[in-house]
Design a protein around this ligand. Structure first.
Ligand code: AMP
Ligand code: GLY
Length: 425
């Protein structure tokens, strides 16, 4: 079987690592990939994923059986529609399904229509902005303002001050996030602790994969600017059997059935961003892809053959499958470039790979050059490890982080520390 994987981050490196292990995989192509994915398959240069025709052509020329789309943007822009029109099986929804991530308003309407627990909200454009002040005044702070469209992970503002919330809303509607914020969703603030739940579906049946917690802020103790994610832990100790049962019954099932009722065929991943509010799950958002860096802890935790599951999705027989998950805990520590998420250097030589032992390195922003592997992005490399428990997994990752050297390297030393209180001593 020939597989084409779209993307270039740590998520795609983890997917490539897992796909390459399958006896079903003959050829794996990664478009465009990075220095790490090149170890598991062939990186494809010179084709832009937003050029759907070229992607379809490449897939046809190379006899690709399944395309796995890593990031959301090509899905929202219709890559899966173009592949499906050419009869190429795709893991990743067509643009209608991808609207679950591409429009927050669409996602909220979907959840309300299908009685899926989520925060109370209203949405605003310039035509009804006069009603926004009254809605904001009906909420208790902090105020949550979300750009409706994709805004590179920056479109959510959480503000304590009512006057600031009113003023920010007006700035958003006037183009603070371009057209992404011409509609703004304002919603009730949910207090609790967040986790990410991952579902693979063929549109009728589903498999719930291991859940994960990520660490979004750049600074230790969850301080400083938001990043793409600085580390992750799976499984999540505050997501026990009883809680996950509620997630399945109240959220996963109604989501998959809701897609069917709304006539939205959906093959691919659904990443449900959840808040555990005193034991009750509430949906914060849907994403139509896997998480990053969550994929870097979820893939090592799956013992089943992922390509076998992808084939079952493609052939509408996921109901025949189940998933085998490791009893271990997996942790990942993301090493980033100095200055990230602000401006940072690229092209710094990386050393020490050969000393790594007991962890898996998932490359993110790296590139293979004549002088060796160099940094090529803000998030540089994820160091993932399995252990009998969280502390064992983390100590392996942190020991191996020390081996990977490059100018300006930075990582958080407190990944998973906040979870200590949830483990039974
Ligand atoms: P999103 O881009 O939707 O993931 O939102 C970014 C982050 O904002 C989430 O990961 C949450 O930490 C936070 N957030 C979003 N919506 C809410 C909410 N209603 N209550 C509390 N925090 C929220
Ligand atoms: N780690 C969060 C995301 O992938 O959106």
């Amino acid at each position: 079987m020939n597989i084409l994987l779209i993307g270039s981050g740590g998520r795609e490196c983890a997917l490539a690592w897992k796909i390459a292990q399958s006896p079903l995989t003959e050829n794996l192509y990664i478009l465009p990939g990075n220095a790490g994915t090149g170890e598991y398959g062939v990186n494809v240069e010179g084709i832009n994923a937003s050029d759907h025709e070229s992607v379809v052509n490449f897939a046809q020329r190379h006899g690709v059986d399944i395309v796995v789309v890593g990031p959301e943007e090509p899905l929202v822009n219709g890559l899966a529609d173009a592949l499906s029109a050419a009869n190429i099986k795709t893991i990743g929804p067509k643009s209608k399904g991808a609207t679950l991530e591409g429009s927050k308003q669409f996602a909220k309407e979907f959840m309300i229509r299908h009685h899926i627990p989520t925060a109370r909200y209203e949405s605003f454009t310039t035509t009804n902005v006069d009603k926004a002040d009254a809605f904001l005044e009906s909420l208790r702070p902090p105020y949550v303002l979300k750009a409706d469209g994709l805004a590179a992970g920056k479109g959510v503002l959480i503000l304590n001050d009512l006057a600031e919330a009113k003023s920010e809303l007006k700035q958003m509607l006037s183009g603070k996030f371009g057209t992404a914020s011409s509609t703004v969703v304002i919603e009730e603030y949910l207090s609790g602790i967040e986790l990410s739940v991952f579902v693979l579906t063929d549109g009728k049946s589903y498999i719930i994969m291991p859940e994960a917690k990520d660490y979004k802020r750049i600074g230790e103790g969850d301080t400083g600017l938001n990043t793409g994610g600085m580390g992750a832990v799976s499984p999540v100790p505050f997501a026990g059997t009883e809680f996950m049962k509620k997630v399945e019954e109240r959220i996963v099932k109604p989501t998959v059935i809701g897609l069917q009722k709304d006539n939205i065929p959906y093959k691919g991943f659904i990443f449900i961003g959840l808040m555990n509010c005193n034991g009750e799950p509430m949906v914060i958002e849907y994403n139509v892809r896997m998480g990053d860096p969550e994929t870097e802890v979820v893939m090592p935790s799956i013992e089943s053959d992922i390509v076998d599951l992808f084939c079952a999705v493609g052939e509408n027989r996921l109901s025949e499958k189940s998933i085998v998950v490791s009893n271990n805990t997996c942790c990942t520590v993301m090493m980033v470039a100095g200055g990230y998420p602000g401006s940072y250097n690229k092209g710094d030589l990386m050393t020490g790979f050969e000393k790594v032992n007991g962890s898996i390195l998932f490359h993110a922003g790296t590139k293979l050059t004549d002088k060796g592997v160099v940094t090529n992005g803000g998030r540089v490399i994820a160091v993932s490890s399995l252990g009998a428990n969280k502390d064992e997994a983390l100590s392996k990752s942190y020991a191996n982080v020390e081996h990977i050297q490059y100018s300006g390297r930075y990582f958080r030393r407190d990944i998973g520390k906040d979870l200590d209180k949830y483990y039974q001593k």
